[in-house]
Design a protein around this ligand. Structure first.
Ligand SMILES: C[S@@+](CC[C@H](N)C(=O)[O-])C[C@H]1O[C@@H](n2cnc3c(N)ncnc32)[C@H](O)[C@@H]1O
Length: 204
């Protein structure tokens, strides 16, 4: 088995924790995310799909380290909010593509100059595409958009059907303001191949 198979089929993705909270990420992806946060210093990270909150806490902690004035916030959205609070974050319960959630996110992100986005909720192609349409415009130039679990249907969950990868392939050609950054997956153990995008300019 290769490293990815060990990670995925071996179930390690279900047992990884950050500060005691489950975190459905490979350690290499967490490492890439912290590199991105330290390089680009986002003030606001919108994270759709937070499950137990480990990854949300991780990005919140990293972001606090690079914003010494404390003017930053990680916003998590999920249909099911973790039972325990994720300190220092804002959590919103609901469908990520509902009008209520969208309007609230618009409002919460407005004060920030540097906004990053991570999509990891419903992985069906139509849902991810909808999230891209709604939330990618909130990403500010120089910041990252990460479409998670682009491995689905390619190197994992082979019978899933069209998922995040297909949504991205559909959406990306119309959005040259985003460029795939493959340096972020250079260790090979990633759940998000081709899923790290940098916003390099304004939308047409
Ligand atoms: C793969 S898990 C997220 C894992 C988390 N990002 C992490 O790294 O630990 C997907 C989450 O998306 C949530 N979800 C599914 N459909 C959703 C939707 N339409 N809107 C918001 N959240 C949704 C599920 O409740 C679940 O907690």
């Amino acid at each position: 088995m290769g490293a990815f198979d060990e990670w995925h089929k071996g179930g390690s993705w279900m047992t990884t924790k950050y500060r005691g909270k489950f975190c459905q990420q490979s350690p290499c992806d967490l490492w890439s995310i912290q590199e991105i946060i330290h390089e680009t210093k986002p003030q606001c990270i919108v994270y759709t799909g937070i499950a137990d909150g480990g990854s949300l806490l991780f990005v919140s902690d990293e972001m606090r380290m690079v914003n010494h004035d404390g003017n930053c916030i990680a916003i998590g959205v999920d249909k099911v909010i973790p039972a325990e609070p994720v300190n220092g974050t804002l959590m919103l319960k609901g469908d990520s593509v509902s009008d209520e959630v969208y309007m609230q996110i618009l409002d919460w992100t407005k004060p920030y100059e540097r906004v990053m986005l991570i999509l990891d909720s419903d992985h069906k192609k139509g849902h991810v595409r909808h999230e891209l349409e709604l939330y990618a415009p909130l990403v500010t130039v120089g910041q990252y958009l990460i479409v998670e679990d682009t491995c689905i249907g390619h190197t994992a969950c082979m019978d899933f059907g069209p998922g995040p990868n297909e949504a991205l392939q559909d959406w990306l050609p119309g959005h040259p303001e985003f460029k795939v950054d493959n340096t972020r997956t250079r260790w090979g153990l990633t759940q998000h191949p081709g899923g790290y995008l940098k916003k390099v300019g304004h939308a047409n």
